[in-house]
Structure formats: C-alpha cells, structure tokens
Design a protein around this ligand. Structure first.
Ligand code: NDP
Length: 294
C-alpha cells in the first residue's frame, strides 16, 4: 500500500482563490478592502522570506498589505506604540507581528497589546481562551490549515482517534481545540509522554508538531492512518546546502499510512492561505458583516 499524498500546494491554491473571490465580493458589495499589517523586527532570513510571501499572497488575493520593518534594537515602547497605531488604523483588519522577536523584547506583552479583533495569528489570550471554550475565535493559522488538509481526506472527523504531538501555543494546543470542535477524540503528547509509539499506534489521525527530524517512524503508525506533518527541519546536505524534512520519516510512513502530507508542499503551504482567511474574517467581523463564505 502507498499512502495518498495530500497536496498542500493544490489545496492552498484553491483556498486562496476562494478568499480572492470573497474579497472581490465584499469590495463590490460593501466597499470593504481587508487589510493586513505585518510587523517584522530585525532581519532573520527565514522571517524575511515568510514576510515577503505573506505580502505577495495578500496582494494577490486583492487585500491591502502593509509592511512595517523595525530594527532589531527597537525599544519595547516603540514596538508597542506601532501596535497601538495599527490597532487604531481603520484600514488595518489584521495585525501579525512576525515571531520570534529578537532577544530583549517581551513577546507576551507585544501579543497581548494586539486588538483581539485584529489578532489574525490567533495568539492573544482572548482568542486562545475563546477557542478553548468552544466559542467563535480567530484561531492560529497552522492548526487551521491542518484541519483543512485532514478534511480533504475525511469529510467528518467525528469519533476518530487523533494524536497531536507537541503542545506549543502556536500549533499543538490550538490544534487540539480545533479537533475537539470537530468531535475527534484527542490525545496530546509532548516530551514527557510515555510510550509515544504506543500512543501513536492507536491514532487514526496523527499530527506531528515537534521540530525533530523524522522522529515519528513508519512502524509507529496504525495502518491506514492519516498523517499531517507540521515539522520543518533543515538538514545539511553534502553540497553545503540544506534540505527540508518533517517530523515524520516520510518514506517509511508512505508504506503504512492511508494519507500523508509531504514536507515541503504540505502544511507549510496552508499557513499563509489561512492567514488570508483570518484577515478576511476579521475584516467582515469588524465591519459588522456576516461571516464570509470561506
Ligand atoms: P515548539 O518547540 O514550540 O514545540 C515543540 C513541542 O514538541 C513541545 O510541546 C515539546 O514538548 C514537544 N516535543 C519535543 N521533543 C519531543 C519528543 N521527543 N517527544 C514528544 N514531544 C516532543 O515548536 P512549534 O510548535 O512552534 O513547532 C513545531 C514544528 O512545527 C517545528 O518543526 C516548526 O518549524 C514547525 N512549524 C511549522 C509551521 C508550518 O507552517 N508548517 C508553522 C509553525 C511551526 P514539551 O512541551 O514537553 O517541551
């Protein structure tokens, strides 16, 4: 058996096209142009690549994109002042401060300063709490993407056994909440979990969000399981360059799983597409319009 490969590239492109259609509609019917502001502090090369991609994709979807680049030695007060300015700017419906922030800046204080209505990263405690309580919330983009990818294989996740490996605020914890909302039965595993292979073996849905190259082995999987690999790990190659691998031993898993996301070309593709979804939803909510059809 060879697993079905879940093509994040194709699914993300479809999602972006649906967002663009809805953006065109709200523009036409309500004169509303959703706007996303991205704040980049310092010059981390990986962050710069992400920010560029967010800018291009936001514009391609017909939204306004505002980029704010601050030096790595910006003061906490000046960064907070920019967030406050963006909170008040009526052309901005989504605010994303690219993480990680350089050392010396207080990430928690910056995230907490973002207006929860514009918190398209879904990291503000108001949104995290609302999600945990089962209320409508802006949810983190990567977990949202994981759910969409899973639903490309399973129309309903009701009653399925899911395991989420990793409990970060960015991925693992919100993903657990989203899976609960889908009526899955969820196990959350982390670095202190015992017998991880045994826990994974019981799962119909496996989400690996650890940051350890190929940690989840093929023989851990239940035959036919759906595997969503969130991990992005850079491995040095002989020619001095690097290649990307996930948290799952892909070739091994291909032979056992029912469906699997590749790295690259899986979850990573979905994250920015879901950021566009969140920006559109935030814009509609702020303008008092019904939830968009995406
Ligand atoms: P964190 O480092 O914040 O969290 C990693 C989690 O993995 C922790 O909860 C940790 O447990 C757990 N963990 C570490 N070692 C083990 C182990 N041996 N067994 C079981 N669990 C373990 O990472 P993130 O959640 O931010 O990211 C996870 C991965 O996803 C990374 O590779 C990251 O690059 C990638 N990522 C990909 C995105 C995308 O768009 N595709 C977006 C965001 C992240 P504990 O809590 O006990 O320390």
């Amino acid at each position: 058996m060879t697993a079905k490969i879940i093509d994040g590239k194709v699914i993300a492109a479809e999602l972006r096209a649906r967002v663009a259609d809805e953006v065109a509609r709200v523009k036409r019917e309500h004169n509303l142009v959703p706007g996303l502001a991205v704040v980049l502090v310092g010059s981390d090369p990986a962050s710069e690549v992400y920010v560029r991609s967010k800018h291009t994709q936001t514009q391609a979807a017909g939204m306004a994109s505002f980029e704010h680049k601050l030096p790595a030695d910006v003061s906490q007060a000046n960064l907070l002042a920019l967030v406050t300015k963006l909170n008040r700017d009526s052309a901005v419906h989504g605010i994303l401060v690219q993480l990680p922030l350089p050392k010396g800046l207080n990430t928690e204080a910056v995230v907490n300063a973002i207006d929860p209505a514009k918190d398209v990263d879904g990291l503000h405690p108001n949104n995290a709490g609302r999600l945990a309580g089962g209320f409508e919330a802006l949810s983190p983009c990567t977990p949202l993407g994981c759910i969409i990818l899973t639903k490309s294989v399973h129309a309903s996740l009701e009653g399925m056994n899911a395991i989420v490996i990793g409990r970060s605020n960015l991925v693992g914890r919100p993903l657990v909440q989203l899976l609960l909302n889908e009526n899955a039965t969820v196990t959350i595993a982390h670095s202190r979990s015992r017998d991880l292979p045994g826990l994974v073996k019981r799962a119909d849905l496996v989400y690996a969000a650890v940051g350890k190259s190929e940690m989840v082995r093929g023989d851990w999987l239940k035959p036919g399981a759906t595997v969503i690999d969130v991990g992005i790990n850079r491995i040095p190659k002989d020619d001095g360059k690097t290649r990307l691998v996930g948290d799952v031993a892909y070739q091994e898993a291909l032979a056992v799983a029912g469906a699997i996301t590749p790295v690259p070309g899986g979850v990573g593709q979905m994250t920015v597409a879901c950021l566009l979804v969140n920006t559109l939803r935030a814009a509609c909510a702020i303008a008092g319009l019904p939830k968009p059809a995406v």
